[in-house]
Design a protein around this ligand. Structure first.
Ligand code: APR
Length: 230
């Protein structure tokens, strides 16, 4: 079965009503990234950081997947699909995708600050009163700036075997995730979907200047054409 890799960022959830990070009125506009999304920020003011993620987790219960998430999930009918996402929402899963790798963690999980292997599902607020069985403070299961991206090795292995890649809704500003596309095999077609792309079509890269819900559908049609003709 042909293998398709999806590399998604905040833009794939924009039409579901979740703010991106770097667009106008994006998440980082109102916040100092290092204050709300770094280990130092958490040490300095755990309540501020916990509240930042509590607000985003609460919003998750009010939004739905959009056409782009459903279109990506439907690809699984004909291909082996791996979604490698920088997003911490669960919209890919709720749309039906079954292989989702979260490079930057998951809003709906929490972990112990002393035992990184103690990771539990968490749908409500995390407060400074919440501790793990060993008595250590619980924190969002999110990869903060300056922290390792544990899933990167798996992501590279998957991308190196791709027969087609869709990149959707990411400004490609944050490494190592932004470098993932370069691990795809030389001839593998890559489709990049973004209403304000910062790359141009070139060689095996096709840029689709559309919102995710429209652009992903177009990319899927192009993939069907290219993979059934090979
Ligand atoms: N459809 C598709 N793409 C969109 C849409 C849309 N409706 N709306 C905006 N975009 C695009 C923007 O043009 C931009 O290129 O989505 C991208 C969002 O970029 P960022 O806000 O930088 O989000 P992302 O690339 O996911 O950020 C990567 O940075 O702050 C960290 O950990 C955080 O995972 C995040 C990482």
């Amino acid at each position: 079965m042909k293998k398709i890799i999806i590399l998604s960022g905040a833009g794939v959830s924009a039409e579901s009503g979740i703010a991106t990070f770097r667009d106008a009125d994006g998440l980082w506009e109102g916040h100092d990234v290092m204050e709300v999304a770094s280990p130092q920020g958490f040490e300095n003011n755990p309540t501020l950081v916990l509240d930042f993620y509590n607000q985003r987790r609460a919003q998750l219960h009010t939004v739905e997947p959009n056409e782009a998430h459903y279109c990506i999930a439907a690809l699984e009918r004909n291909y082996e699909v791996h979604v490698i996402t920088q997003n911490v929402d669960d919209l890919h899963e709720r749309a039906g995708s079954t292989n989702v790798l979260h490079l930057h963690g998951e809003l709906l999980k929490a972990r112990s600050t002393s035992n990184p292997n103690y990771i539990v599902d968490w749908t409500d607020d995390i407060t400074v009163a919440d501790s793990c069985p060993e008595g250590s403070q619980m924190r969002p299961h999110i990869v903060w700036f300056g922290e390792e991206v544990p899933a990167m090795e798996t992501a590279i292995e998957l991308t190196a075997q791709a027969d087609a890649v869709i990149i959707v809704g990411t400004s490609l500003q944050v490494y190592p995730a932004a470098g993932l596309m370069h691990y795809a095999p030389q001839e593998t077609p890559i489709y990049l979907i973004d209403p304000r792309p910062n790359l141009k079509s070139n060689g095996n890269l096709t840029v689709i200047e559309e919102n995710a819900s429209t652009g992903v559908r177009k990319a899927c049609d192009m993939i069907h054409l290219s993979l059934t003709n090979t």
